[in-house]
Write a protein that binds this ligand. Structure first.
Ligand SMILES: Nc1nc2c(ncn2[C@@H]2O[C@H](COP(=O)(O)OP(=O)(O)OP(=O)(O)O)[C@@H](O)[C@H]2O)c(=O)[nH]1
Length: 489
């Protein structure tokens, strides 16, 4: 069964992971505070067990799939070779049985029989392999980017150990951990590297010193603001820290654990008021995600990445290309649809009505029993009123045509814009009845703290987080993993 990324047990307080019924390797179960005290030897043993397990799986799985591909190519070569060679060479390595034609050719050459035969065979093989590969690869694959077919490297390094520790602290078992999860966590940690190095390491040092005097408070305030945590969220964090770390001397580990707890609490706060049990799409039911955001925020890329994730998590997915305002937008979405192998419903005409595209996309989704329909929307219209009108028209069509669908309206935000991105967000939040945020481009920004500002100021949960341009570089958001990457990476 496909690994469901939308339902991955990825929170410290998450329910017992589905996979926990396997008893072989004990999970290193721990709370946040306990984790820091966990025996390094235990963690190393856990990481080693996870590594060994992935290695063993890799030996069985990818190699067998590679072998299948290789066999197909070889068979193809043999077939093509057989056709092409009816009147030509058939050379056995040692006996060199050679036809008359070849004999006459070879006699004129200065090379020995065997050398000549080997050279000819090699040239022919190369040609055949090239033509076999050319005709064999399906069109969808030829359009894929390098990152899509890239097999992540398995290296037992600091990143691996850190990722294994984060998973262990969430009650995961060594034998359930996949390379894909490790790869993502490493990416997240690396993405937040700049924020962590620039600011949060200093923050940790101050918080870890014990009671907060006024100088320490001022310093923390300034560091949080530099990380784009925002004024409101910064005030909240400081008040919460002061409440926890009062007069008595708190051990540094404990103080940092408090800080992490405060940040996690803030990031999860919007989920507390939600009546919906889960964000994940349901099987055999239509879920519609309306994707909004200004041009350049990473909307199209996000749609591509989510559709890929949905496909591999076993959902039937479809994309509706309703950004008809910008000429190239539909084409861009189609490219991503092609990459993820998800069909795109678009209207080829010029100046088409986006609501009509949404109508068609819902009809297609219903007739194909689609489980997740992703709708791309315009990022910019002539003015705010047009944008609001368009989004509300789309929403009406959805409510009318798919009254039973579970609808989410997600805003894609570029985290490199920091606080400026939040101002744009406010416009969308009025127009699109937003229910969540996708935070993109966390890699390479020192403004990772904006995640906290987003939640605090918009009151919306972060649903996905993007940390790279590749198709694998976006995953559902986990406050636990984010805070660990931010403060303990
Ligand atoms: N580094 C990095 N780049 C990203 C990420 N997400 C998107 N991008 C890049 O951001 C740029 C804009 O992404 P798009 O998906 O085209 O953005 P859009 O919001 O659809 O904007 P338009 O195409 O103008 O409508 C592209 O170069 C993407 O590769 C991310 O998580 N990290």
């Amino acid at each position: 069964m496909a690994f469901n990324w939308f339902r991955r047990p990825n929170n410290e307080s998450a329910d017992t992971p589905e996979t926990q019924n396997q008893e072989e390797t004990p999970a290193v179960e721990a709370t946040e505070t306990e984790t820091t005290e966990l025996d390094t030897a235990d963690l190393l043993a856990f990481a080693k067990a996870a590594y060994k397990n992935i290695q063993e799986k890799q030996q069985i799985e990818p190699e067998s799939s590679v072998a299948v591909e290789e066999n197909t190519i070889t068979e193809e070569i043999v077939e093509t070779e057989a056709e092409a060679e009816t009147a030509s060479v058939e050379i056995a390595t040692n006996t060199a049985e050679i036809t008359d034609d070849v004999v006459s050719e070879i006699e004129t050459a200065n090379l020995s029989f065997l050398e000549r035969a080997a050279a000819e065979r090699e040239a022919k093989q190369e040609k055949l392999i090239a033509s076999a590969i050319e005709t064999e690869i399906p069109e969808t694959l030829t359009n894929r980017t390098e990152t899509e077919v890239e097999i992540p490297e398995l290296v037992f390094d600091d990143g691996f150990k850190w990722s294994a520790k984060v998973l262990a602290a969430q009650g995961r078992k060594a034998e359930d951990i996949s390379l894909e999860e490790i790869t993502w966590l490493k990416k997240l940690r690396q993405g937040l590297d700049k924020t962590r190095r620039n600011i949060l390491n200093q923050l940790k040092a101050i918080v870890g010193q014990g009671p907060l005097n006024q100088a320490a408070v001022n310093e923390i305030e300034s560091l949080l603001l530099q990380a784009d945590v925002g004024v409101e969220a910064t005030d909240y964090i400081i008040a919460a820290l002061q409440k926890k770390i009062l007069a008595e001397v708190t051990p540094p580990e404990q103080a940092i654990a408090y800080l992490k707890e405060i940040l996690r609490g803030m990031l999860d706060a919007p989920l507390q008021n939600q009546d919906k049990p889960s964000f994940a799409p349901e099987k055999d039911q239509l879920t519609i995600w309306l994707i909004t955001g200004v041009n350049g925020a990473g909307k199209t890329t996000t749609i591509g990445k989510i559709s890929h994730l949905a496909q591999k998590s076993g959902y039937k997915c479809l994309i509706g290309a309703a950004d008809t305002f910008r000429a190239a937008a539909v084409e861009q979405v189609k490219v991503w649809g092609n990459r993820s192998g998800v069909e795109v419903i678009a209207n080829p005409g010029k100046n088409t009505d986006p609501a009509a595209v949404v109508f068609d996309a819902i009809a297609a989704a219903q007739s194909r029993e689609t489980e997740l329909l992703l709708i791309d929307t315009a990022g910019r219209l002539q003015n705010k009123k047009n944008l609001m009108d368009e989004l509300s028209k789309i929403r009406k069509i959805i409510d009318k045509k798919a009254p039973n669908a579970r609808v989410e309206s997600l805003l894609v935000l570029d985290s490199t814009l920091g606080q400026n991105g939040l101002r744009q967000a406010e416009v969308f939040s009025q127009a699109a009845q937003l229910s969540g945020v996708v935070l993109t481009k966390l890699d390479g920004t020192g403004k990772g703290g904006v995640a906290i500002a987003v939640v605090q100021q918009l009151g919306l949960p972060i649903r996905f987080i993007g940390a790279g341009e590749g198709i694998e570089d976006l995953r559902p958001f986990s406050s636990y993993e984010f805070v660990e990457a931010l403060l303990s990476g």
